[in-house]
Design a binder for this molecule. Sequence first.
Ligand code: NAD
Ligand code: TYD
Length: 340
Amino acid sequence: MKVLITGGCGFIGSNFIRYFNTKHPYYKILNVDKLTYAGNLENLKGIERKRNYRFIKADISNTKVMKNCFEKFRPDAVINFAAETHVDRSIVGPSPFIKTNFLGVGVLLNLALRFQIKKFLQISTDEVYGSILRGSFTEHSPLNPSSPYAASKAAADALVMAYYRTHGLPVLITRSSNNYGPYQFPEKLIPLTIINALNNKKIPLYGDGKNVRDWLSVEDNCEAIDIVFQKGSIGETYNVGGENELTNIYIVRKILKILNKSESLITFVKDRPGHDRRYSLSLSKIRRQLDWHPTTSFRKGMDKTIDWYRKHQKWLRNCQTGEYRTFYRKHYSKLGLQEF
Ligand code: NAD
Ligand code: TYD
């Protein structure tokens, strides 16, 4: 089996390649990644020397280059992780989100059709459903995205399903909740809180800090993605959640407690525009049909994550490129914060 994996140098993609390679050592993997600020070759240290793994630096929205990848590698399947992923960035600059998350998926779908791919798995998000105050979203809930990021992912899901209905392309979609774990870029809530707490820096909490996210360990998500890839029914979408709904303030307090740091580091800042109050997924479909459920407890996953970030200070310093600093100086000064 030859699998083209896109966005494999990012957080979930790199965890997945490591998991997938261990689970299926005879599969051939081609990882195509643009290496944006969020992509890092260091995330795949050790894997790059394997004989069944290859990497190409390329943009999924570039038809010519991607056609070349398909022609040379002749994949049996595609798993698409590549995306612009940070909601705050999509608010100030949506264009790369539209280009990669929507047009890029269009390029991959056209090529998948042309090269008669046997499986196309799109990695999507619970954010496509929007916010829900009570109850949980099923796979049949209407899409109601709030941010440009979520809208670009919802548009991609619609396009993926259109290729299934119109052309019979064998597609699958996973929609997961917020992941946490090793290798997550330090602009997201959990790594940002850990790093700032370790360095006694302020931790920005948007609004009243009571927004709820369902936290899923990245290892559990990798397992679910593999199960959907192997056993999922073609044309179907599967929610993947952690059954771990927590407020942001709870998470930040918990991390501070584990690290023995003062709660005075918490700084309430102006809310994110269009900030979804609560995400919640029903997992009954994936439980019933594929016999999968999350197994990592939040405490165990969090201890492991904190330990990983403590031990990877060099990795962290390498994330702080000029691009990262320029964006966050601007972003934080707008929030009334000084520096990170
Ligand atoms: P990430 O930002 O850490 O990594 C994204 C990767 O995609 C990077 O390696 C980047 O270089 C690459 N990339 C970006 N644009 C590209 C392009 N045009 N061509 C090729 N590569 C490109 O993201 P992540 O958190 O690992 O998310 C992976 C996928 O999972 C995304 O599709 C995201 O929407 C989805 N998802 C993430 C979460 C989460 O909590 N992180 C939750 C649900 C769904
Ligand atoms: P984030 O990690 O950006 O994921 P998403 O917006 O995709 O859910 O944010 C998780 C939650 O934490 C979200 O409700 C926004 C909030 N948040 C803060 O309060 N402060 C921060 O500095 C960040 C990055 C996020």
